[in-house]
Ligand binder design. Structure first.
Ligand code: PLP
Length: 416
């Protein structure tokens, strides 16, 4: 309460002092004027999209991604919940998820009574560790969540898939960071049984809030279709919040056009917390209206984002190369890009020393806010993980750099 009052005061004081509000480019990297135009025309009622737009978005996505079927939902977490529902996982079943993930991934399972076991990650790619996965499998294990964190392909991708197939365990790929990453020429999310993607505003592309579940298995696709049919659309009020949130992201976070203008937009569009994890969810509780699907307006923005995605991903990779040079110059180790893989670099992760993660003021010289996720193993909750030493080390030492909206001149200059 006091903290948010202070923050508010700071936002009003800075422009009065003639100082710019700092850019918070953790979000909205891919939101442009043409996305804003769509959001505006939907808000004013000048444009109306229909179920056809949703279909077009899903089909275009599936084709682009190389998946046979795609089903849109209102977030990555609800797309995951749809996958869990489609698989028919039951209370008492077990799932193995990385001990370095978001609470919402864990919640999707615990909401339906599935018992969660954490596996360790490995510290080069931050993906699940094959040997630890095997160690934690029991006769009750029905599924494994395999993530490609920060957009890096997990080192043990193929090994885990092979092991799961041999043991009749389903693999769900968490591609929330990995939209457009590829392995052996195939986009991430096509080796496992099911995969989900997130279009939340800090992810590879943004519909402010949104997600997609994909599969190439016709039976699972039929089940996903059924789940989607029975899921309500996002409420009109929340839809309006999401569209305003997107305008906020563009004008306040991305453009940061000057303090006064920024303040005007801040007042006009407000700050919408729809997409971030609610305090209830952090506590492991299911919020009202949790399960929802994407309305046509957000699908229209999704379609527009898809058109630009390859260009943005190219830029992310180019900027990651700048970070490679920076990291090497400063004596850190670049993240591991496994053979035959093409990461997408949602963020550029690096292990620094603990003091540098605790006090991030050193990054200010580079002109951006340093990413520190994850700050707990099941971010940002206080849920503890057992026997995951690498995950705990990543929590202590992993920071991440943005790959869009950065100033190459600052990175090349040796000013820290
Ligand atoms: C963001 C995220 C999710 C969930 O996506 P939402 O769209 O926010 O529900 C899942 N897994 C990881 C690793 C994420 O970063």
């Amino acid at each position: 309460m006091i903290k948010s009052a202070l923050r508010l005061q700071k936002h009003y004081l800075l422009p009065l002092l003639g100082k710019p509000i700092p850019k918070l480019l953790f979000a909205a990297g891919t939101i442009d004027r043409n996305d804003v135009d769509i959001a505006r025309s939907c808000l004013s009622g000048n444009a109306s999209y229909s179920g056809d737009t949703i279909k077009e978005f899903e089909q275009t996505f599936a084709q682009w991604n190389g998946s046979a079927f795609a089903f849109s939902f209102i977030s990555g977490r609800t797309a995951l919940s749809a996958c869990i529902d489609a698989l028919g996982l039951q209370p008492g079943d077990e799932v193995i998820i990385p001990g370095y993930t978001c609470i919402v991934v864990q919640n999707a399972f615990t909401f339906v009574g599935v018992h969660v076991i954490h596996c360790d990650i490995e510290l080069d790619t931050y993906g699940p560790d094959y040997h630890d996965v095997i160690k934690k499998v029991t006769p009750k294990t029905k599924a494994i969540v395999l993530h490609h964190l920060y957009g890096l392909i997990a080192r043990d991708y193929e090994a885990i898939i092979r092991f799961a197939k041999e043991n009749n365990i389903v693999v769900i790929e968490d591609c929330a960071h990995a939209l457009g990453a590829a392995y052996k020429g195939k986009k991430a999310g096509n080796l496992g049984d099911l995969a989900f993607y997130s279009f939340e505003h800090s992810k590879v592309m943004s519909t402010f809030t949104g997600g997609m579940a994909v599969t190439s298995n016709p039976e699972l696709a039929a089940k996903l279709k059924q789940v989607q049919t029975h899921t309500p659309f996002l409420s009109p009020e929340k839809e309006k919040n999401a569209l305003s949130g997107l305008l906020y992201d563009y004008y306040v976070i991305k453009q940061a056009e000057g303090p006064w203008k920024q303040e005007l937009y801040r007042l006009k569009y407000g700050r919408r917390y729809l997409a971030t994890t609610s305090p209830m969810e952090v506590q492991g509780q299911k919020p009202a209206g949790y399960m929802a699907k994407m309305p046509p307006s957000l699908a229209a923005i999704g379609l527009n984002q898809l058109k630009k995605l390859d260009d943005y991903n190219r830029e992310r990779r180019k900027n990651a190369a700048l970070w490679d040079a920076w990291v090497t110059r400063h004596g850190f180790i670049p993240p591991k890009v496994i053979d035959h893989s093409e990461p997408v670099f949602l963020r550029y992760p690096v292990l620094v020393n603990e003091a540098m993660k605790k006090n991030t003021s050193w990054a200010k010289a580079l002109g951006f806010h340093l990413g520190v996720w994850f700050v707990t193993p099941v971010h940002p909750s206080t849920v503890e993980v057992k026997d995951c030493p690498n995950a705990l080390e990543a929590v202590r030492r992993c920071v991440n750099f943005p790959t869009l909206g950065i100033d190459p001149i600052l990175i090349k200059k040796d000013n820290i």
